[in-house]
Structures are given as C-alpha cells and as structure tokens.
Design a protein around this ligand. Structure first.
Ligand SMILES: [Zn+2]
Ligand SMILES: [Zn+2]
Length: 380
C-alpha cells in the first residue's frame, strides 16, 4: 500500500524518472526512500528492466577514469549545482542534469549511478554522510571541475585536457559495451506494453489526492478508487443500499425538495447535469464525479453553504442507479419557465417547484453577498 501524501507522490514520480534513466535498485532507494520491496515489485517493468550488477559507486571514479569522463562528470556536476542554486531539489536537479547530459553527449559512458554517487559526495547527501568534493575553477578555460577537498591541482582541468573531437571509447566499441552501461532504453514502440505498475500507482495516488482535495470522505474515496475493502461496507440500519452506508444521515427521498435548501437544490442540479453529460462523453464514473463537482463549484462559487462532495456522490448514485443503488431515484426535469434542469425525487408526492426560478425571485435573501447574483444568472 502506497500512502497518498505529496511526498510519496513525488517519490513515485522520481523513481519513475530514475528507472527510465537506468538507475539501479540501491540508487533509487537512496533517492526516494521507497522500500526495497516496493522498488523490486513496482519500479521496474518490461520496458525498463532493472540493470544487472552492483551499482558503480566508486570513490576514486573521478580520478581514475578517462579525462573525457572526468570532464563530462564535471559538466554534469556544474549543471546540477546551477539547478540546486535555482532552488531545485537535489533529486530533480540530478535527474534534469543527467537527462541534459545524455542529450548533449549521446555517446557518453557516464552512468546514472555514477552521477548519483558523485553528487552524493559533492553535497554529503544520500550515499555520502559528508561532502568530500568541491568545485575548482580552471585558470585557463574558466570552466569548473570537481576535485577532492584540499587536493585541487589547478593544472589538472579535465576540460582543457580532453580532446572533444576524438570519438569516445563507446563509439569505438559499441558491441562490447552492452551490459553494465546500457544505452537508455528506446522509447515505447507502438506495440502494447503491459501496464507499468509504477504508472498505475502514480495514477492511483493522484486520483486519491484529487478526491481528498475535493473533500470526499474516506469511505466514498474507497468506493470511487475501487478499493477491494469497500465491498465490505454495509448499509446503515433501515437503508437498503450501500450508498447510504457512507453517509451519516441519508437524504430523505419522500420529502426531498421540501427538506433540501433551495441553494442546495441548485448546486445538486448543476452537478447532476454536468455528471450526466460527462458520463455520456465516456468519462469514467470517478472522473465524471470529480469534474462535475469542480464544475459545479465554479458555477456556484460564493454560495453561502456549499454542498459536500459525499452528498454529490449520493445524488449521482440515486440519479443513475450506481454504487449499489438498485433503481433510479431521481429525475432531471426541465423547467418550462427558465429552461434549466432540476432534480425531482420519484418518491416525493408533491415536489416543490424549480429551484432556479426560486433563486431568481429570492436571490437577495438566498444569496446575500452582492457578487453572488452572477452565479445564479449563469446557471439559469
Ligand atoms: Zn580548463
Ligand atoms: Zn425554473
């Protein structure tokens, strides 16, 4: 189970980027703090399989490798530093800098894990508990390069000493170089890939967060997100349907218009009309719920008593016989006077008239603030 905080959504999205850039399990674990079990289970997929072998965390990588790689690493580090200086979080800065590096140096042999370890040692984060690298400026070319603290040798600038025109070893020996430093996986082909668990989880967390932001209660969220335990909900006493189990007091259908405030009936009507239209446009029920509530809140902005998300859920269930409601309990009826649609309960013997017409007549009382008359004009 993945939690739905902003931080966990960010961790999932970061893990996704890392997997696409060829990061190893341990690197993703350091950067995202996701559990090893979760990373093994969900972060890699057919298209982005886990790289084989241990991560290339070498403390003297920068000093033992080719000049060209040293120069590339320093360029990447300088880019990373500019981004963190601009307020980017280290993970985003590393991913952006590495991606930029792959674009500008397509033949590069610098692995994401190496860049990660270098940045760790530069800032004393993730895999390093203190900073041991710093930037040195070259006197001749004025580029910055990385050196161990206190060991700066200014004539050692890798940028000056690299022949950038010479082909890299990778280009000379592409056949030998499959394996430990694979080229980034090619983008998805037209063929159907099985869904990436990480993508499903990200979409799921986004959905739950959207529902939370719209004020959905936890039980309604569980039903809409199709949590398997939502099937265990039971209807409250005296109610036949599971829908009312999510709410403390179910709406009275025999006296619905009499017991529901006019401004609430207006909001439910606006919501219901949008919901119907969106479902007909083939949105999923949960997308239609969210979008219709958002639309209704826009239209009815500034109403003194906004209706709750869970009540809209109940209205949608009763309108279209959804989520355990066996038959339709509401109708959307067109008003001949103002031409708008409002809800009528089928069980109510003498429903009150159109709430939009009532709102127009009594808007000074019903919507006291002067700015609110605009909303009523819009919905009619
Ligand atoms: Zn130089
Ligand atoms: Zn009317």
């Amino acid at each position: 189970m993945v939690s739905t905080t902003a931080a966990s959504l960010r961790a999932l999205e970061t893990a996704r980027q890392c997997a696409m850039l060829g990061a190893r399990h341990r690197t993703i674990s350091f950067i995202t703090q996701l559990t090893p079990g979760y990373i093994s289970r969900a972060v890699y997929c057919k298209q982005y399989p886990p790289p084989i072998g241990r991560p290339k965390y070498s403390e003297d990588f920068l000093f033992k490798t080719t000049r060209r790689l040293q120069a590339e690493a320093s360029l990447l580090a300088a880019h990373y530093r500019r981004l963190t200086g601009d307020g980017f979080r280290p993970a985003d800065a590393l991913i952006t800098a590495y991606r930029h590096h792959r674009t500008t140096h397509p033949a590069s042999e610098l692995h994401f894990d190496q860049a990660f370890f270098m940045v760790s040692r530069l800032d004393g984060i993730w895999a390093a508990n203190k900073s041991v690298l710093s930037f040195v400026e070259c006197h001749s070319c004025h580029s910055t390069y990385l050196a161990a603290h206190g060991m700066a040798q200014r004539e050692n600038c890798p940028a000056c000493r690299t022949d950038w025109q010479a082909p890299s070893r990778r280009r000379n020996a592409t056949k030998l170089l499959r394996g430990p430093t694979p080229a980034l996986p090619a983008p998805a082909k037209a063929e159907q890939h099985e869904p990436w668990q990480l993508d499903l989880d990200i979409a799921h967390v986004r959905l739950l967060r959207r529902l939370e932001e719209l004020g959905a209660g936890h039980r309604v969220r569980a039903v809409l997100a199709e949590k398997h335990w939502a099937t265990l909900f039971r209807a409250s006493r005296g109610r036949r349907t599971v829908t009312s189990a999510h709410l403390t007091r179910p709406m009275s259908l025999t006296h619905w218009s009499a017991k529901t405030e006019v401004t609430h009936r207006v909001q439910y009507a606006v919501f219901a009309a949008h919901f119907r239209r969106l479902v007909q446009l083939d949105l999923t029920l949960v997308e239609a719920m969210c979008a219709a509530v958002e639309e209704m809140r826009k239209v009815c902005h500034g109403y003194p008593k906004p209706v709750a998300f869970d009540r809209c859920f109940e209205v949608a269930a009763l309108l279209d016989a959804l989520w355990g409601v066996p038959t339709r309990q509401f109708e959307l009826v067109r008003c001949p006077e103002c031409d708008s649609h409002h809800l009528v309960s089928k069980l109510e013997a003498r429903p009150m008239g159109c709430p939009f017409c009532m709102l127009i007549k009594r808007h000074r009382v019903l919507l006291p603030a002067p700015t609110n008359t605009r909303a009523s004009a819009e919905v009619t």
